[in-house]
Design a protein around this ligand. Sequence first.
Ligand SMILES: Cc1cc2nc3c(=O)[nH]c(=O)nc-3n(C[C@H](O)[C@H](O)[C@H](O)COP(=O)(O)O)c2cc1C
Length: 340
Amino acid sequence: MTQLLTTRIGGLVLPNPVICGSGEPVMTESGVRAALAAGAAGVIAKSVNENPAGGRQLDRADYAFVGESLFNRSGLSQRDTRDWFASIAAIDRDAAKDGRFVAASIVYGSADGAVEIGGMARAAGLRVFELNVGAPHASEASPGAIVQETDPARLRTLVEDVRAAVGDMQLWVKLTGLSANLPALAVAAKAGGADSVCMMGRFMAVIPDLETLGPMLGTSAAYGGGWALPIVCRFLALSRRAVGAGFPLMGTNGVRGGGDVLRMGLAGASAVEMLSLVMHEGFQGLTRTIGEVEAFVAERGLTFAELVGRAADALTTYGEQPEMPGRWRDFVPAETLTER
Ligand SMILES: Cc1cc2nc3c(=O)[nH]c(=O)nc-3n(C[C@H](O)[C@H](O)[C@H](O)COP(=O)(O)O)c2cc1C
């Protein structure tokens, strides 16, 4: 890849802004290697959890595509954490040769667990640790298996503790989509010593099935799709204001191609983590996406880095808009306007 797509997340300079997010496609070494071979700047390897209940949940996982939106309940890696981290650290060492990375990730169940697993990632020689404090499945998982942190003060303390455990690794915090408090959470993560935050996790949903008249998959489950992207972009833009343009943000949830990477970039994301597309289209979806971003910036004589935050910084308020009396009339059925 050329310099057109170069981006920086904390101490890492990446060849492009497309990261393969954590999930089942990167639950094996071959999956991680395939994501890198497809051109991803990095991979967040499938998350572990310190509580064996998190791994057992994988055996009850199920998935359904609703158009390009994915509705599923997931679980966590069942691999021994030390073995898994040793394996992905070996791939990370190779990836580093051309400026890319493989990150360890935890969907945490307790602060002690996050600290312990963070220490294991550091001992394995990994360079990036992603702490997911917002997995949507928390409300449905076995008690204590998955925690969702929505309180800024508690998040700051957690991040400080994990920062102490991971030393000078890159520490990224992935935030929930089930809170309107994201800018405050981003500020808290930064204050606690995070190098970047990624937002936002998927939403929990119930999809009544018109065939069976019951709930699809039988449970509430996580739901995400292209429709989520503008919501994520709003929180990216608001968070950019809260943390300042110098602190790198990452976007996730709803990226389905190069245009979406650019939209998240314009909203303030220096990189995106995408996953459902890989489940829908295969790893070549990453290659397609990177090619589309490159074609866009090349055509306009821009670089990706120059686009980051542009739309966010141009956001205005309702009160700043010019008055357009009667504009509403263009958006109602003719009957509404019939004079009597
Ligand atoms: C099947 C599945 C499994 C996932 N597992 C994890 C996980 O273990 N850890 C994590 O941090 N995120 C996990 N995610 C979230 C994704 O990494 C990603 O942030 C999310 O799906 C939104 O992006 P997308 O619209 O590109 O899929 C999972 C998502 C899906 C669909």
